[in-house]
Design a protein around this ligand. Structure first.
Ligand code: ATP
Ligand code: MG
Ligand code: MG
Length: 595
């Protein structure tokens, strides 16, 4: 997997991060909330945090920011770990914010005693008013702000021990109401959530907020560069304030611009709606832009990383149109995957001039531009299947594929064929069979046939060779009609494209697919780790941590990828069975044929 941080980290970002880097071992962290599946935007955060550490010979933690038990679920932990290793990164260690609950609680008590926090009993409404939000009035301090530290401490313990119900008490930091930055106006540090936690069970009724937890956990882990998105610029003063207030090491927070893709939805709530209403198969439906969906569709992890690399990292927020992402995937596949002949909608062509038992073994390279990946044999016989779209009942001057009286080349077959007649089903009016002749010049022919203008893909079957493979092919188009589904006056659901999926149930793939399957993953490097930074001999890592930090790269059906000549790039779908191959279109061959 290619990741070139030197090229990736653009000037603006380098200025703020690289040049200020302290001369010590670089430690970063990727801190997802385990409350949903990762999406394309997260791959930027992953590439930055793991890539930056790797570039400097440092390490990157995977830290689950699990401080809100309400939204968190076990399945998300596993999915996140899987996606990071799929992208080729190995966390230095896997940690959990909740592992620090005891320590965080101690620091909260310490902060109260030093006059840096107080227990507040105001309602959300009252707090808003105090902050002057929506009233236009000046800010006023909360009446509990001046209560004695000893009293706040007793009340905080009360919160912990069940004296209050949710919302009846919170712990707030005593920051700086004079500051122009709202993130310094006494942010909440702890709230009561009568909710068991998936790791700490029923031990806690109070849970620390993001604002209280994140900076302190960064500090505990000695993070040198806390890299986050630009929405957090405003939170930087509060981040530093808290570390200083409890007198611990202050990591350096720096910010980069979010990656946003247009023409789709990424929010958990919206994807959930698509899943619940059966619009898509699930969170991994190939039309979605979650990482599980991109993996299922067959997008190689290396293509995602090279896309991120191309965009570069700066503080600017990036809005990317889907065709640009697809272009990047196409470029990557073009250089890395083998070629095979695929026929979406086959019709038989009987070559009358060939004997019934005719077999010519044709050698087809897996990649005409790269002989090193080898070749395979396909049989050419009296009956060949071609795509319905490559035949026309009536010829015309500007048409270069097969038609009665017209000559067309079959890829890699020495001589062209010429159609003579065809048969149609009277009820469906569809072509059922084409008759043709093989245009092999007879001996001593002084006028050999001209090279045909077009070569089409074809498939033959022979008893001697493995059979062609029958497949269901799924072609995906954009799930939405517009660039900005959310802008639709009736909501994003009203913008759904009703033909976002076309199915070809009777497609055929030539026998070379067997070898491509046997040699998967394609590209061959797809399964390699991008970051060998896990220190298996790290003396501070526990056995459990070491085991958890070992990457689990899957060899799934989607690693069977190829270019269907003249058709599109495909990968095998997980719905494939022993009897039936299901193929997903990863991307079209050219941008303008994408719809
Ligand atoms: P948010 O932080 O906005 O709530 P989220 O809830 O979707 O994002 P988290 O699990 O909190 O996801 O994110 C983990 C990390 O990935 C965070 O550091 C977050 O800032 C980053 N991240 C999330 N979305 C994007 C994006 N679109 N582009 C870049 N980084 C992102
Ligand atoms: Mg979130
Ligand atoms: Mg978040």
């Amino acid at each position: 997997i290619s990741l070139d941080p030197q090229a990736m980290f653009k000037e603006g970002f380098l200025k703020t991060v690289y040049h200020e880097r302290p001369a010590k071992h670089i430690l970063t962290r990727f801190p997802p909330e385990p409350n949903g599946y990762l999406h394309i935007g997260h791959s930027k955060a992953i590439a930055i945090n793991f890539g930056f550490a790797k570039y400097h010979g440092g390490d990157c933690y995977l830290r689950f920011d699990d401080t809100n038990p309400v939204a968190e679920e076990e399945k998300y932990f596993t999915a996140i770990i899987d996606m990071i290793s799929w992208l080729g990164f190995k966390p230095f260690k896997i940690t959990y914010s909740s592992d620090n609950f005891d320590k965080l609680y101690e620091l909260a008590e310490q902060l109260i005693l030093s006059g840096g926090a107080y227990v507040c009993h105001c309602s959300d409404e009252e707090v808003k008013k105090q902050r002057g939000e929506g009233t236009g009035r000046p800010r006023v301090p909360c009446p509990h702000r001046t209560r004695p530290a000893e009293e706040s401490l007793q009340e905080f313990r009360g919160m912990r021990d069940g004296k209050y119900k949710p919302k009846e008490a919170t712990l707030r930091m005593k920051q700086n109401l004079e500051d122009g930055n709202p993130q310094m106006w006494d942010l909440m540090a702890y709230r009561i959530l009568e909710q068991p936690h998936h790791r700490t069970g029923n031990k806690w009724r109070i849970y620390p907020t993001y604002d209280f937890t994140h900076c302190l956990c960064d500090s505990f882990e000695n993070i040198t560069h806390s890299l986050c998105t630009t929405e957090f610029i405003q939170s930087r003063p509060s981040y530093e304030w808290l570390c200083e207030a409890v007198k611990i090491y202050v990591p350096m927070q720096r910010e980069y611009g979010r990656l946003n893709v247009t023409g789709t939805v990424l929010s958990k709530r919206k994807i959930m709606k698509l899943v619940d209403q059966g619009i898509v198969r699930g969170w991994d439906d190939p039309r979605l832009y979650t990482l599980v969906a991109l993996r299922r569709r067959g997008v190689p992890p290396g293509a995602i990383l090279s896309f991120i690399n191309e965009l570069g990292v700066s503080t600017a927020r990036t809005n990317i149109q889907l065709p640009r992402f697809e272009n990047s995937i196409r470029k990557y596949l073009e250089q890395t995957v083998p070629r095979l002949m695929v026929i979406l909608d086959p019709i038989p062509v009987i070559i009358d001039s060939l004997p019934d038992d005719y077999i010519e073994e044709i050698e087809v390279p897996f990649n005409p531009k790269d002989p090193s990946v080898g070749s395979h044999i396909v049989p050419f016989t009296k009956t060949v299947y071609i795509d319905r779209s490559d035949f026309r009942e009536e010829d015309s001057k500007d048409y270069f594929r097969l038609a009665p009286g017209k000559v067309v080349g079959l890829l890699k077959v020495p001589y062209p064929i010429k159609a003579t007649t065809f048969t149609k089903d009277p009820t469906t009016n569809l072509i059922t069979e084409v008759r043709a002749t093989y245009e092999k010049p007879s001996e001593g022919d002084v006028n050999p046939p001209k090279k045909p203008k077009t070569f089409i893909q074809w498939i033959s079957a022979s008893a001697k060779h493995a059979s062609p493979i029958h497949a269901e092919v799924r072609i995906f188009n954009s799930l939405f009609k517009s660039e900005d589904p959310d802008a639709h006056p009736d909501g994003f659901m009203a913008d759904l494209n009703t033909s976002s999926e076309e199915i070809y149930p009777n497609a055929m793939v030539e026998v070379g697919l067997n070898e491509v399957r046997a040699r998967a993953p394609w590209p061959a490097e797809a399964g390699e780790g991008g970051n060998a930074s896990m220190k298996e001999n790290d003396p501070t890592a526990t056995e459990e941590e070491k085991k958890a930090a070992v990457t689990r790269v899957e060899i799934g059906p989607e690693t069977v990828r190829f270019q269907g000549l003249r058709v599109a790039y495909f990968a095998m779908d997980k719905d494939s069975t022993d009897d039936k191959v299901v193929l997903n279109r990863i991307v079209s061959l050219k941008e303008d044929t994408g719809k």
